[in-house]
Write a protein that binds this ligand. Structure first.
Ligand code: ATP
Ligand code: MG
Length: 236
C-alpha cells in the first residue's frame, strides 16, 4: 500500500499543497482529477520521489520512503512526453532500465518479449521511436515501465498528446493492463471520461486539497459539493 500522511508542498513561499492524507490499497486503480494547477503532477512527483516534500510522510508497504531516491521506491513513472531514446530500437528502449540494473541478457530478453506481447509491440521491436505512431510510442513507454515489475505505476496524463480515437483505445488498453497485472496504478488526468471509466477510486483535487475520494459511482451519486458535481458531471 501507499499512504500519504499530512503531505504538504510549498514552492518558495507559495503553498500549493496545504496538507493531504490518502490511502492507496494494493492493486487499486486510483485517479487524481482536478483543474489545471491544482497540484496533481506535484503530488505524483512527490510519490515518485522526483520532488521533495515540504512536510509529512510517504509510506510504501509500511516503510517511510519520504527521503528515499526514486529508484529505491519500486515505482515506475510513465510520462506524457514518452521520453524515449530516439537512437535506440523499441527493444533497446524497453530493455534499457534492465540493462542499467545489470540483469543478464536472457532475463532481459524474456521480460522485454513478455512486455511487448502484452502491449502488442512484438512486430515493432526493431523500429525506432521516430517510425512509430503516438499510441505505439506510448505503449513503448509503458513497456519500459512494465519490465521493471514495479509495485505501482504512476501515470501523468499519458494520453493527452493523442487524438480522441487513439485516446479511447489506449484507455481500454491501460484498463486491460491493470486487469492483467493487477498492479497498483495512480493515474493523473483532467479528463472526466478517463476518470469515470478507469478508476476504482477517484481523488478529486482542488487547489492542493482533496475535495472528495470515492468510487466513480459514489462521486456521481453523492458529490459532496458543486465543485465535485461539476467535475464528475453529475446532474445537479
Ligand atoms: P495541469 O493539469 O496543468 O498539469 P497540475 O494539477 O498537474 O496541473 P501542478 O503541475 O502540480 O498542477 O502545479 C501545481 C501548482 O504548483 C501550480 O500553481 C504550479 O504553477 C506550481 N508549481 C509546480 N511546479 C513548480 C515549481 N517547480 N516552482 C514553482 N511553482 C511550481
Ligand atoms: Mg500536471
Amino acid at each position: 500500500s501507499i499512504t500519504l500522511q499530512k503531505v504538504s508542498k510549498s514552492f518558495g513561499t507559495t503553498s500549493v499543497i496545504p496538507e493531504i492524507d490518502l490511502d492507496i490499497n494494493d492493486g487499486e486503480f486510483v485517479v487524481f482529477v482536478g483543474p489545471s494547477g491544482c497540484g496533481k503532477s506535484t503530488l505524483l512527483r512527490m510519490i515518485a520521489g522526483l520532488e521533495d516534500l515540504s512536510g509529512g510522510r510517504i509510506v510504501i508497504d509500511g516503510k517511510d520512503m519520504s527521503n528515499e531516491a526514486p529508484a529505491k521506491r519500486g515505482l515506475s513513472m510513465v510520462f506524457q512526453s514518452y521520453a524515449l531514446y530516439p537512437h535506440m530500437s523499441v527493444y533497446g528502449n524497453i530493455a534499457f532500465p534492465l540493462k542499467m540494473d545489470g540483469q543478464d541478457k536472457a532475463a532481459i530478453d524474456k521480460k522485454v518479449r513478455d512486455a511487448a506481447n502484452i502491449l502488442n509491440l512484438t512486430n515493432y521491436l526493431d523500429r525506432r521511436p521516430g517510425q512509430l505512431s503516438g499510441g505505439q510510442r506510448q505503449r513503448v513507454a509503458i513497456g519500459r515501465a512494465i519490465v521493471r515489475q514495479p509495485k505501482a505505476f504512476l501515470f501523468d496524463e499519458p494520453l493527452s498528446n493523442l487524438d480522441a480515437a487513439l485516446r479511447g483505445n489506449m484507455r481500454l488498453e491501460i484498463s486491460d493492463l491493470h486487469h492483467q497485472l493487477k498492479t497498483t496504478m495512480i493515474y493523473v488526468t483532467h479528463d472526466q471520461i478517463e476518470a469515470m471509466t478507469m478508476a476504482d477510486k477517484i481523488v478529486v483535487l482542488n487547489a492542493g486539497r482533496i475535495e472528495q475520494v470515492g468510487s466513480p459511482l459514489e462521486l456521481y451519486r453523492n458529490p459532496r459539493n458543486l465543485f465535485v458535481a461539476g467535475f464528475i458531471g453529475s446532474p445537479r
